[in-house]
Write a protein that binds this ligand. Structure first.
Ligand code: SAM
Length: 225
């Protein structure tokens, strides 16, 4: 078995620990405090986050999509594949080093999505971008933790409580969709989505494209309209 080799490490803004990039042969892993946030061999559910969302949004042209965060770029690449040439996709990434890793080491994994002219990168907390926009987005795709609870940093909890969900509701256009990736189910989060006015669908997706691997949960929360 080839051993993991550390490529780089960086601080999570807010002094909330460190994120590391590791490599083993052709496989990459991003970890926070020893817990894996993303692995290059398993991205079926990260792709599905974008595919399921784009297939449900009625509007097809002039889409404005917000993705948090970048990770290895798989969700971004899937969103690019699903959208028209006039779509604009903003990808928010909290940790500047992750953007640098995509440009230097990881870009080839998902087909260099950061090079697509429809993409702009904001090295910023996605919660801040959500709060700044009213009726700004057709879709907000969140895969910043391993579920609706702060993992990358505790402050991410604010995205999943009622006030964070109300901010997302207000940041969406009518008919828009908030989609959230998770490694498991969470009934309280589902209840909060409904209480905030979302029409919520829960889909179970396998970790690997082949249909194998762990079962992940994706909430597809539509803003009526
Ligand atoms: C699980 S990975 C995303 C994987 C991504 N979906 C993909 O396809 O590769 C989580 C990413 O979200 C970023 N992140 C965590 N909290 C964030 C926040 N509040 N705002 C923006 N990005 C954040 C992390 O640094 C990490 O790059």
């Amino acid at each position: 078995m080839i051993p993991w080799e550390e490529i780089d490490r960086a601080e999570v803004p807010g002094h909330e620990g460190e994120v590391t990039l590791l490599k083993r042969g052709a496989e990459f892993s991003i970890r926070i405090a020893g817990t894996e946030l993303m692995n290059s061999r398993r991205h079926g559910s990260e792709d599905a986050l974008a595919e399921l969302t784009c297939s449900r949004i009625k509007r097809k042209s002039g889409l404005r999509i917000l993705i948090g965060g970048l990770g290895m770029g798989y969700t971004l690449a899937a969103a690019l594949e699903q959208t028209e040439p006039d779509a604009l996709i903003t990808v928010s990434e909290l940790i500047p080093a992750v953007v640098g890793w995509n440009r230097k080491y990881l870009g080839h994994l998902a087909g260099m999505p950061l090079d697509d002219p429809r993409v702009s990168v904001e090295q910023e907390d996605v919660a801040k971008i959500i709060r700044a926009g009213k009726s700004a987005w057709d879709a907000i795709l969140l895969d910043v933790d391993n579920g609706p609870e702060g993992l990358t940093r505790k402050a991410n909890d604010c995205l999943y409580g009622r006030s964070g969900l109300k901010a997302s509701f207000s940041a969406l256009r009518s008919g828009g969709m908030l989609s959230v990736w998770s490694c498991g189910e969470d009934e309280i989060f589902t209840r909060h989505l409904k209480q905030c006015g979302f029409q919520t669908e829960i889909v179970t997706v396998r970790a690997r494209k082949s249909g194998k691997g762990s079962r992940h949960t994706i909430w597809l929360a539509g803003k009526p309209g």
